[in-house]
Write a protein that binds this ligand. Structure first.
Ligand code: HEM
Length: 404
């Protein structure tokens, strides 16, 4: 079994085999207790583009899961004109140039330290390093004032605690889960509100104020960015490096142009699908493939199945149009953080690959996580001198933590 399948199975020992079994049922299949499962990229795109029949708001919708935690107006629980109006106002927020500048500024120090540790021959845990870096970027987005590795690690773990309350079958959060989530998000909202009040247009919160968002909308958006934009990004880097190493492509991509790295990142996203499913509730009677759906039905877009159908990891195989960036969604809810996620991941990947050739010295799949990932993935540069401990024969391959 390849490592990606092992990550999925370790994270979801019961749900993952069921999800894969659903793929064998055809492009669209009704699964009792789960809903209508879509396994085909063209059908998935059709559902995502039809925001009238398939929605994220209202009774029984997936957005309802987050409304008690994030408030009523945070994009991912909105539809129609209100959603469109907010998206329009936020259109200029994460432009590619602003996202690249923000990521480069925030990650400059951590990336430099990461590269230096690799160059001196340390075994570096990319899981810990990418958590720290993803949290550093989202901390900057929110306006976090404490900029230490420990603060970033703590921020990451807080988000992880909320996200891990959700399983592939969760339909709602209990009162105590909502209370626990709010105990994390309310103080973060206060931080975001302070940054908003300061109004510095170089900051994301200051930009939101300039774009005409109210302080409550900015607080809600900060919570949504934190929940959707931290773990997704952090899980990708170790998985990308592992996919490159396991497929024998690491040295070539490391030595290749930026365009090849971008293709490799896109392909790793396709194989890993950090957001393995997307949910919608049906508001109008219609058909998905051969299956009739009715108001109240739940549609589960199995992005992972749609993407896996295209075969194993191969950065040289072009993605067909229906698959294009499906791992970031499609249509009105397409990921608003896409430019930021890509900027962060490209920078992190470039720093790690600059220490090529690399060997994976240790790895382990993570349990009890929503997004399948490694618990540890340690790499060491073969170009570097062996550390003293290894020369003495006592090196156990245990990695150093941290981006620094
Ligand atoms: C590898 C990283 C990421 C992946 C794979 C990813 C994936 C996705 C997907 C699939 C959706 C659409 C969900 C649906 O239609 O049901 C989405 C929406 C969203 N994402 Fe991302 N995302 C990533 C990073 C980020 C980052 C860094 C941020 C923010 C800074 C972010 C913020 C959001 C928000 C706010 C939405 C909701 C948009 C709306 O409903 O209009 N994401 N993301």
């Amino acid at each position: 079994m390849n490592w990606e399948s092992r990550l999925y199975l370790t994270a979801h020992p019961v749900a993952y085999p069921l999800l894969r079994a659903a793929a064998r049922g055809g492009p669209c299949v009704r699964v009792p207790g789960v809903g209508v499962v879509v396994n085909d990229a063209s059908l998935a795109r059709g559902v995502l583009m039809d925001g009238d029949a398939f929605r994220k708001d209202g009774p029984g919708s997936p957005g309802e899961l987050w409304t008690p935690v994030l408030g009523p107006s945070v994009l991912l629980n909105m539809e129609g004109d209100a959603h469109l109006a907010l998206r329009r106002r936020l259109a200029g927020l994460f432009t590619p140039s602003y996202s690249a500048e923000l990521s480069a500024r925030v990650l400059a120090g951590p990336l430099d330290r990461l590269a230096r540790r690799l160059t001196r021959g340390a075994a570096v845990d990319l899981v810990d390093a990418s958590r720290v870096m993803a949290a550093a970027v989202i901390g900057e987005v929110i306006g976090l004032e404490t900029r230490t590795e420990d603060a970033y690690r703590d921020l990451f773990e807080q988000g992880e605690r909320i996200v891990s309350m959700v399983s592939l079958r969760t339909r709602g959060l209990s009162r105590s889960q909502v209370a626990r989530a709010r105990a994390v998000l309310d103080p973060l909202g206060d931080i975001a509100a302070r940054s908003y009040a300061a109004g510095d247009e170089k900051t994301v919160m200051g930009r939101m104020r300039a774009l005409g968002l109210s302080v409550d909308e900015a607080r809600g958006a900060a919570g949504a960015f934190f929940l959707t934009g931290t773990e997704t990004v952090a899980t990708l880097l170790p998985r990308l490096v592992a996919l490159l190493a396991d497929s024998g492509q690491l040295a070539r991509v490391a030595a290749g142009p930026d365009a090849l790295l971008t293709r490799a990142v896109d392909e790793a996203m396709r194989v890993a699908t950090p957001t393995p499913v997307m949910l919608r509730s049906v508001h109008r009677r219609t058909r998905v493939g051969g299956v009739e759906v009715r108001p109240g039905d739940r549609v589960l877009i199995a992005t992972h199945n749609c993407c896996r159908a295209h075969g194993p990891f191969d950065p040289d195989r072009p993605h067909p149009p229906e698959l294009r960036r499906l791992w970031f969604g499609a249509g009105p809810h397409f990921c608003i953080g896409y430019p930021l996620a890509m900027a962060e991941i490209r920078l992190m990947a470039r720093a790690v690959l600059s220490a090529a050739p690399l060997t994976i010295t240790r790895r382990k799949a993570a349990r009890h996580v929503l997004i399948p990932t490694y618990e540890v993935l340690a790499v060491r540069s073969q170009a570097a001198p062996l550390p003293a401990a290894a020369r003495l024969g006592s090196e156990d391959g245990r990695p150093e933590r941290g981006a620094a």
